[in-house]
Design a protein around this ligand. Structure first.
Ligand SMILES: NC(=O)C1=CN([C@@H]2O[C@H](COP(=O)(O)OP(=O)(O)OC[C@H]3O[C@@H](n4cnc5c(N)ncnc54)[C@H](OP(=O)(O)O)[C@@H]3O)[C@@H](O)[C@H]2O)[C@@H](O)CC1
Ligand SMILES: Nc1ncnc2c1ncn2[C@@H]1O[C@H](COP(=O)(O)OP(=O)(O)OP(=O)(O)O)[C@@H](O)[C@H]1O
Ligand SMILES: [Mg+2]
Length: 374
């Protein structure tokens, strides 16, 4: 299946493949033809042996979702089903934090906050009145050198006021890469960690963490959700090697272990999940559309399911019937499966025109089919 690449790089890949075909032997030409007719670029296509290996890690995601999703109990009050905060949204990107935050609500969280830059806030607010939007982050262009320290403390104080109420942070969707802003976000992450709040790290949050591994190293409540590029950067940095498709589960396991037992959800044709102890795979059918924003839905969904999984494991007091007891792994399994089911539903309705908003609209049905509300 196609990865999300720019059109130019796709054309370049095709040109390269064409010239190989012209220059190659008849046997090679026939192999190229067969691979093409199976539909995909060869360098990213998992081989059937690899697919078989992945299948052996496949998990019963429906069973996990049923176990951790809380009942709709009238005695519960607002906030108990989840209070999520997304740290992201800057001048360039307003869609990504919105997708993550609204997905958290559509899965079933009670409250969803966004902490973003002042420029991004009115835009994100205008997308939805459901979100609580805090225009607190600052980028370098807006801050004189002499004010950096005081502004940084102010940003941190604004987020700290709310911190203890959050069940999970999502750091990175549409965050951008401004150095001053990323320094402030590093401090926010350190405080979240001191308060034992789970952190899902995606997008530019992964850019930050890959260059500052101490932010997450050894923190069992950290979840990294890299796409193909972000994974490559992590593997280069941490394992000093190339991505290994032949033994992908083993490499993911080593990577998670090397970062001290964080949970990593490696996104792709199959989503692979590891906490350094175990590897799970979610391969249920999703969508052949690779429109931008699906990873953002995933990060918001995983945040809610991690919160629910923590509540479940705590309440079950080690009597959970699930073999895996790590809430971050359980949250990744559930988030991945619900997103993929929603993407599949959206695609069956809208085909080529299905976009991220259509998938978000299907999150409710995707969960309802497994856990009916009544
Ligand atoms: N509707 C929206 O608002 C959406 C917004 N989105 C948001 O976009 C952000 C990037 O996420 P993505 O998925 O495009 O990153 P990815 O595939 O690693 O990079 C592709 C190439 O671009 C480059 N590059 C990236 N960021 C860069 C930067 N700030 N400055 C300079 N270069 C940058 C990168 O270069 P490299 O890292 O290799 O140097 C690579 O070659 C992230 O915040 C995400 O949440 C998405 O969620 C989609 C929907
Ligand atoms: N090749 C693929 N085939 C099928 N599903 C895929 C494929 N690649 C990704 N997915 C699905 O899409 C979800 C999002 O992954 P993707 O790689 O698009 O993230 P991303 O690049 O971070 O997205 P975003 O555009 O939000 O930043 C994954 O959880 C996975 O289920
Ligand atoms: Mg992404």
């Amino acid at each position: 299946m196609l990865m999300k690449h720019g059109m130019n790089s796709r054309i370049a890949l095709l040109d390269c493949a064409k010239s190989c075909v012209l220059a190659s032997s008849p046997v090679f030409r026939r192999q190229q033809f067969l691979l093409r007719s199976l539909g995909g670029f060869i360098d990213h296509q998992p081989h059937s042996r690899d697919m078989q290996v992945l299948r052996s890690f496949e998990v019963d995601s429906e069973c996990v979702i049923r176990a951790i999703t809380p009942a709709l109990d009238p005695s519960r009050h607002k906030g108990q089903a989840g209070n999520i905060a997304v740290i992201g949204g800057c001048r360039e990107y307003t869609g990504a934090p919105y997708f993550a935050a609204i997905s958290a609500l559509k899965i079933g969280a009670d409250l969803s906050h966004v902490f973003c830059t002042k420029d991004a806030a009115p835009v994100i607010k205008s997308y939805s009145p459901e979100l609580i939007v805090h225009p607190v982050l600052e980028e370098s262009y807006n801050v004189g050198e002499e004010h950096k320290k005081s502004i940084s403390s102010k940003v941190l104080a604004e987020v700290d006021k709310w911190m203890e109420r959050f069940d999970c942070l999502v750091v990175g969707p549409g965050l951008g890469r401004d150095p001053f802003l990323l320094d402030c976000v590093s401090e926010i992450m350190r405080h979240a960690r001191q308060s034992n709040i789970p952190i899902v790290i995606d997008g530019d949050g992964l850019f930050l963490v890959t260059n500052n591994l101490d932010l997450v190293s050894g923190y069992a409540l950290a979840v990294l959700t890299p796409n193909v590029n972000e994974y490559k950067r992590l593997v280069h940095k941490v394992l000093s090697s190339e991505v290994n498709e032949v033994d992908a589960p083993q490499q993911l396991l080593s990577l998670a272990k090397e970062i001290g037992g964080v949970t990593i959800l490696r996104k792709g044709n199959s989503d692979l999940i590891s906490d350094g102890d175990t590897v799970k795979s979610v391969s249920i059918y999703g969508s052949p559309r690779r429109c931008g924003g699906q990873g953002d839905i995933l990060s918001g969904s995983v945040a809610v399911f991690v919160s629910w999984a923590r509540q479940h494991i705590l309440a079950a007091n080690s009597n959970s019937n699930l073999s895996c007891k790590n809430p971050t792994v359980l949250g990744c399994i559930a988030g991945s499966a619900i997103l993929r089911r929603a993407a599949s539903l959206a695609f069956s309705n809208k085909k080529r025109s299905s976009v991220t908003g259509d998938i978000i609209e299907c999150l409710g049905k995707s969960l309802e089919d497994i856990c009916p509300a009544s």
